[in-house]
Design a protein around this ligand. Structure first.
Ligand SMILES: Nc1ncnc2c1ncn2[C@@H]1O[C@H](COP(=O)(O)OP(=O)(O)OP(=O)(O)O)[C@@H](O)[C@H]1O
Length: 246
């Protein structure tokens, strides 16, 4: 469901590494049920924004807020609760080589949520079907699959526990354009189906246009522009124009 209520917010967030200020009093708000894509050049801090939202690094100033409540930082019970409500598709798909495909998809269900192996396998097969992978794939190892199929498995794992927030880290990196388009479409389908809030970071403008309701441009530590995908080509913002021009 769409709505004006923010699900996730970076409020006045500053993040430094040594003398380098990567994020400088940055503000961004993602409404419940919407898909926000953060674009920006290499090294601008997109991954740092994602890590802050996952509670994997702590801000030096400001805070990240989920459902109106500040994230507690590392390792605590509240962070575990946040992660339990999130699904993440990592850039590399980040699958465990020694586990079969279904065991990868079911990993959290079995190891964190206490679901029995039998029930978890049923849910894993359902998640694999949703990303259009056949049942035969369930019992092979990730190394036997193409990069695009591994991404689908990563997506199945991200959606298997019906998350409230889905994070996509460079979802199309390393894929050919046809496979990238398939992954983009699957992301759009699944975000709609789950009715969840999505946050993606990407260099890939075609992917941003496809999967975003809103696009935010990160530059020099701040969000310098935000708009709908259709507005990317109309804006006079010089940073966006340069990015769109490639
Ligand atoms: N743990 C860390 N220690 C020191 N510096 C870091 C750390 N993590 C990130 N940085 C620095 O923060 C800056 C932003 O990095 P980040 O990976 O978020 O950029 P990005 O926009 O995601 O880039 P890319 O698109 O190339 O992945 C970089 O200068 C990076 O070197």
């Amino acid at each position: 469901m769409s709505g004006a209520r923010p699900k996730l917010e970076w409020r006045n967030v500053t993040k430094r590494f040594g003398d380098v200020t990567v994020l400088d009093r940055l503000n961004l708000s993602v409404e419940t049920g919407r898909s926000m894509v953060i674009i920006g050049g290499s090294g601008q801090g997109k991954s740092v924004m994602l890590k802050l939202a996952l509670g994997l690094v702590a801000p030096d100033g400001g805070r990240v807020v989920l459902d109106g409540r500040g994230l507690p930082g590392f390792g605590g019970r509240l962070q575990r609760r946040l992660l339990a409500r999130s699904g993440v598709l990592f850039q590399s798909a980040a699958l465990f080589d020694s586990l079969t495909v279904w065991e990868n998809v079911a990993f959290r269900l079995i190891n964190a949520d206490g679901v029995s192996r039998k029930a978890a396998r049923i849910r894993a097969l359902d998640a694999l079907a949703r990303v259009r992978l056949e049942e035969a794939v369930a019992d092979v190892f990730p190394s036997e699959l193409s990069g695009g199929m591994q991404k689908r498995v990563g997506l199945a794992r991200a959606i298997a526990a019906d998350p409230e927030v889905l994070f996509f880290d460079e979802p199309t990196t390393g894929l050919d354009p046809v496979t990238a388009a398939v992954i983009n479409d699957l992301i759009v389908d699944q975000v709609r189906r789950l009715g969840c809030t999505a946050v993606s970071i990407t260099h890939d403008l075609a992917s941003a246009r496809r999967i975003g309701d809103q696009i935010a441009m990160l530059h020099d530590g701040q969000i310098v522009w935000q708009g709908a995908p259709g507005e990317l080509d109309q804006t006079s913002n010089p940073h966006v124009r340069a990015f769109v021009a490639g």
